[in-house]
Design a binder for this molecule. Sequence first.
Ligand code: ZN
Ligand code: ZN
Ligand code: ZN
Ligand code: ZN
Ligand code: ZN
Ligand code: ZN
Ligand code: ZN
Length: 1793
Amino acid sequence: MAFDHDMMDPKVCELVDHWHALHKEGRFSSLNIRDYWRLKVPEIYSPQQNCNCLRISYDEEVAQKLLFDPLESFMCGGDPSQVYQTLRQLDNPPSLCGRVFKNGDPTYGCRDCGMDPTCVLCADCFKNSAHCKHRYKISTSSGGGYCDCGDREAWKTDVFCHIHIKGQMVQQNENPLEKIPPDLTERIQLVFDTILQYAKELLTIEEAFSIPKDLELRESDREPTNMSSLYDYKDTFVTMLYNDETHTYDQVITTLERAIECSQKEAVAYATSIDREGRCIVRCSDFHNCSTSKTLMEKHTSRGGGRPLKVQVMHSYVIAHQVFASRLLTWLHNILESAQAFRLIFSDIVNKDNGSIVENIIWTDTKMWKTARVQWHRLFISGMLMDQESKKMFARIFTKHYSKMMKDFILDDHDHAVSVASLGVQLFTMPTIAHMLVADEDVLVRLLNTFLSECEKKLKDNKLALEHRSSNTSSFRRIQYILYDLKYLLGVKPEAWTDDLRRGFLHGYNLILRLLSMMQGMDPMVRQVGTHMEYEPEWESAFNLHIKLASVIPLVIEWAASDRIVLIKAYRLLLRELGDTCTEDMKRRYVRELLDYSVSCIEYDVSSAPVSIHLPLSRIAAGLTLHLDKYGLNYNSPEFHVKGKPSPEELMEPVLRTQVMIAQVHAGMWRRNGFSLINQIYFYHNVRCRQEMLDRDVMLLQIAATLIDSNEFLIHLLNRFNLMSWAREDYEINYLRGNDEDNMRQTVVLVEEYLQLVMTLVSERYTPGIGQISEEERIKKEIIQLLCIEPMPHSVLNKALPEGTNHETGMEKVIDEVADFKKAAGATKGLFELKKSYYSHYNLFFYHYTREEQSKSEVAQRLRKKNAGEEECCPPPVPPPFTVPFTMIVNVLQCDVFLHTIKTVLKRMNEAKARSVSESQLQKVLHLIGYALHEEERYHQNNDPYFHFTRRAQKIELLSLLEDLVGHHRTNTHKDLLSWTIRKYHSVLNLSAGVTKPPQVTEAALATASTSVAGNASAEKKRKADLVAQRKARIMAKMAAMQQSFIKTNETLFEETPSTVDQIPDVPEPTHMDISEQLPEDMIAIGPRQTLRIPKEIPYTCILCHQEDSVGSGEGPTGRPMVLGGLIQRSTVLSRNRALRVEQPENHDPLILPADLHWGVHTSSCGHAMHAQCWQKYFEDVLTKERRRPYRFRQNLSFDIEKSEYLCPLCEALCNTALPLLPGVTYTAAKMRNTQDVPPAILMADWLKGLQAVLKLKGGDGKEEKDELQNCAEGIWTSAPFPKVRLEIMALSSLEAADTFSYLFNHPGSTTIPVIESHTSDMMANFAHAVYMHGLGVNPNFSSRRIPLMVWDTVAYTIHTLEQTQRNANRALLTALSSRQHDCLAALVKFAAHVPSCVKKKQHIEGASLRLLSVVLEGGESAPCFLEWDTFSVLVTLSLSLPSIFPNIQGMAIGSAQDLYLLQVCFLAHLVQLLITYEPQNTEMDVDLDYDNNELVEEQSSSGTNSDASWLVSVLTCCRALANLPPLNVDPQHLLDYIKENSLPFLRCCGLFFHFLTEVPTPEELQSSVWVPESEFYCLLRYLGLSMNSLRSTFDNPALMELVNRWCSDNRVGTLVAGAGSEGCVQSWTRINQLVSLPPDYSELINTVSQFPCPASSGDDSRTPTMCLVCGKMLCSQSYCCQTEFPEGTRQMVGACTYHAHHCGAGTGIFLRVRECKILLLSGRIKGCFVNPPYLDEYGETDQGLKRGNPLHLDNTQYGRLHAIWLSHAIPDTIAHTMESNSNVVATEWQHL
Ligand SMILES: [Zn+2]
Ligand SMILES: [Zn+2]
Ligand SMILES: [Zn+2]
Ligand SMILES: [Zn+2]
Ligand SMILES: [Zn+2]
Ligand SMILES: [Zn+2]
Ligand SMILES: [Zn+2]
């Protein structure tokens, strides 16, 4: 905004001066400004004809200069920036934050201090507030709201953050407007007014061709010379396409492709833009063209009779003015935010004429497109809602037009969030405003009338009838937003009532009653007899309405109950309404008699007449009645003598019918009514609905029980349950006889249900107002009952508890009292476990239990008691006492009808022939007796003689009835409960007999009534001992099992480990000084001293045919060929240079893996063996089966048959090839060496000379054979025949040298290759080819010469991976290797050794070997410099290919002397790599410190290591000199440590390779549980046959030094070393890649991405910002805007993640979806899954999708687990497993993420 007056265009200066002059004269008005805009605006903001509509951009600089500068300059009357500054200084420091949230911004609520969940803070305020230490809740805004910091009505405490408290401390009552010169105020007013009018007129234009007269271009505008072109704008038109919610993205895209003939990509861009903005210009041309496009689009989208897309042809200058109007609103918004003075002026303007502008915008809201609407809403928030008075004013206008606004909203098809109605939450949640609106503006009536008018359209027989499929469903769904507003308004009950407020509330209340009476009895059901229901009746709509109302009704009750006058009036209104619903059928009575009682009952048959589950009117009656006592009122108070008032039995009748219906459903009588009924009953009972359903019903029946005589009450119940005849003494004899089996069963269940209902009514007292308990105790009770089912994690428990109106369960307040939070070892998620002392509160018949929960908890509790040595029963707990108004209920337990009922059950229990009883009835009767006994005990204690159960029970001789049942076979299940009851009975009898124990004892007995008498100290002891014994046994069993499986998986190892290992008593502490001299030679894998061993045949069982076969010696047919399932994947996991990748796989030369490992091929296997034949058949079956499947169903498949993927038939691991199992390589070698004594030794120098001879005699130039490797300059070389080479060596060196050299290639050990049958060699060729094809991602080519090289590369890369995985886990080389890792590598390495015998042409092997040999020994410009080699891969390829280098000689690597020499060469190359890139420590401090140590070390260490250090220094100096690098000052010891540390990974790789090649067992140390890197270094030197204690002696050979000379003199070395330094070369040789580091606090992460813009659409926020965890790049995922065509030219669009994964992870990716806190794994383009994020809340639980919003923190163990999955290449397999296990989930189109 800031600008310099001097910089202003002179013409503009003139203009402004002119305006000022006019203004001073009082002749200036908005018309002057508009007249200027009339010409300038079209000039700047008109789109050009035939422009690219996707790239319309305007010259904003010119706009600033010509449009905004004059405006600001005029308004300020001087330098605007100075004026703004002054105005800002007048501001009272802000005490209100009010920052407006954008979509995706993080918001923080405080669960301790927030008034309601809509009160939120922005990130800045939150971080600076006290709430960040409270129980906060994080979520992301959907846009539109603002920060409530500083709003006293939003927070109970800590209203201000540290930033805004400052505003609070200053005096607030200064009005900044008083300090502004009046002429400035006047001009600001003028400008604001002009803008508002202009924007209002332009943005709400409905007529597309005309604009306000004074803005029209006139013929006279042509006159001044250059205006003619401007006038041409009159002939330019645009086609404008609008957003709607009825057409899909794809429909819009295809329509556009056809109507404006654009590419798919462009169409996607248009559609994205329309979705974001609400509209988009798709064509800019003359009128004819634009109309044609419009017609086409309308025609295309209205096909099939649908509503067409909204398209308009518009004048381009109309567009220009609209664009400018929208810019002006943004400008205004920014100005308003900048200073309070502006806001005050703004609100004055808006409020004048009774807020005509607000009114206007509300009225035209739905006529505007998305962004225009949102701009206005933002303007109102920033201009009106920050100031209390303006806000009130705005709220009044908003309320006045509420009805019209909602009606428009219903007809509109946009989201609620972009409707002006969404501002309701900002206004109504503020209590002072809400109360003002209720009192003065009749807001409740306005809201409810709007809602009711919609309901009235849906009335049928005076009841709401919501049909599911009616066309008005959506309008009814939309109108329900009113109920949210209603909830906001009633959110806080008034502290003080005024008459206006009472009137306003009661008016609204009356309408709520009307609504409830429309719902009373809706969706009635009639029991279906005979046939099933033909169609399922609709039930969901009613429940959805119920759920919304259920959060309003408790608030209504709370309001009504807070004032005596209001309560009386409300209750009277309610009674009248209830009276009206008492229809005629309630008045029909008949008389029922039982014992001596005759009762006039309502005549109704639930099993044949309609019954409904929706009874909101009865339920609100229950809620209000509960509060009467507070004001000394009750149902019969004179205040409530209302005409038509229902009698108590009429009051409870509807609810009782529902109860009976549910009982009948349980009895199986409603079986034919289908799922609609089942679902309704489920939700009736479910935690989401039951507070305003089941709970209120029980409450109402309890109320009725206090109003009706107990005997009468029970008869009403019995009658409604249809059990009057059952209750007769002669029932079994006279009534049952005629009944059929089915009827009898139903009666049995109905009796159970009846007893259950009675029990619920007398025992459920955990509702404040009914029992003498607090709200906390109610929650505790719920938690206790839930935890009696099983221990639960926080989230599950919290979900199972009912929520209050603020979506809080109140669980945290009480949970620690009743439960302990326990985490099992290794588990991330913890569980709440009930504290011991609370088990006695367990109520088996708790009314919130489902039947499953009931039986599950019973099983758990019985088991618990059994284990504790207690009686196996769960007697009733002692309930809390009733409140005074409810004490009457206990009388039910001693009334005659009750006693008669239990007598009936107990007697029939004892009658052998009785058929109408059940064990369950007995159990319930015993519980009821138990409750009665508890109650008597309580009354006795209070010295209250009113309740005396035992005395009354004598009438029916209850005690003897009970005692008669002892030992009866029918009571077996409940014998413990029976004896408990009898015991209890006696103890209560004793109480009243006066022979009581001391009172404390009875008190204790009361408190722990349910713990058994037997539960004494000795039982406790025994229980503990039992527990210990059990645990011991469990552990022993587990150990045995583990040993068993260990032996099994390590079978080979156990048998093969030579006895020498056993004989070494204890491996002494490996101190490196003496180890080599003193220990006997341990295992050595290669070289002349190689440990001899006979490999064994290994038996495998085929997992498909279960037959055993062995892969053995290769002598003769030993068995059918076998394979392992294998997975080959391209990989970048180990890459140390993510900038590099293989761009052209078709031409890539895989001779050597690059030193930075920027590409590689990883092979894995699940280790399950199959016969090759069995596998082939299985694989073909899978193929045919999947090919037959229609294409669309393949989407959800966890494997991609196009990539020859399949799942292992045993473990479902993902595979894409089969890895052949081959015999070991040393078999023949070992045999030979037994017979032959000492093989002739060859000198290193002679060996090198021999190889040089080979190179010298090589032939060919690679031209003769055309392969795909044309680009490779080396071409193909052929080696000379062996005799020729031999002659050459003799000439070069000596005969002896020639002989020893020949021995290397001739001796039978390495040339006797086992016979491989053709089927096996086919399998081998297949596998080798698979590595080539999957590894490079190229087309099949069985004769490619790159095949063997790819196999060797994958061996090296896979071993690198394993080495790093082990190192990352801090493990010694072979520690804790899984059997699948072990089996896979063993098979892979053996296979790689056999590769030469399965290639199409052996020359390929010879050529490759020669090429590599030449690279290593000769170098040269075209060969890669030695710093670019992965030396380990060089070693693998050379050692496996060299034995076959000569024509006609087929050799095999067996760990011979030659392999040792190769190792030395490669190891040396690696050492030189390390040396030449060494960077000495710079800090002198360190050197000084080390110096002392050095002396110590030197004294202790043998001369060997000491000389190593100096030798390394000399090599280093020499190398640097050769490479023309400046000399270095080096600390020898530090250098030696560096070398040891950094060359260890190389040695580890070699160790793995030669171990699996030669099968020589490894020293114990390599498997030890503690990893000591330095000691392992020496151990590996020994195992690899190198000199144990000195590097120098190994390499101090002139022939080798010559090689070093050659490597280092390469002139590329200098640049490479310099380049390596920048990346940190010290790390990069051994670095293990990590996933990006994440902030410890999740909210920090979400803050950082809240501003992340979508890279494809300028400046817009990304909806699903997603972070690549490999490289840290942010992507805009799952959004059309960032889709890319991939592979190019296929018309397949993929999402940003898929595209990125292809490049970053060679097709595999691991991402964090930041806003949802979800980890996304992707693989192979079409597969993916979500896994748990590494962020956990304090209960160790994740929160995918931020559903709970608890604070989340990074869990390093979890993140480490993800890292390990990634590092070990297990992502594809993890995806396959996850997809397999939820295959029925709706298919996600992973490629679009
Ligand atoms: Zn804030
Ligand atoms: Zn603040
Ligand atoms: Zn707080
Ligand atoms: Zn088989
Ligand atoms: Zn498997
Ligand atoms: Zn995007
Ligand atoms: Zn990445």
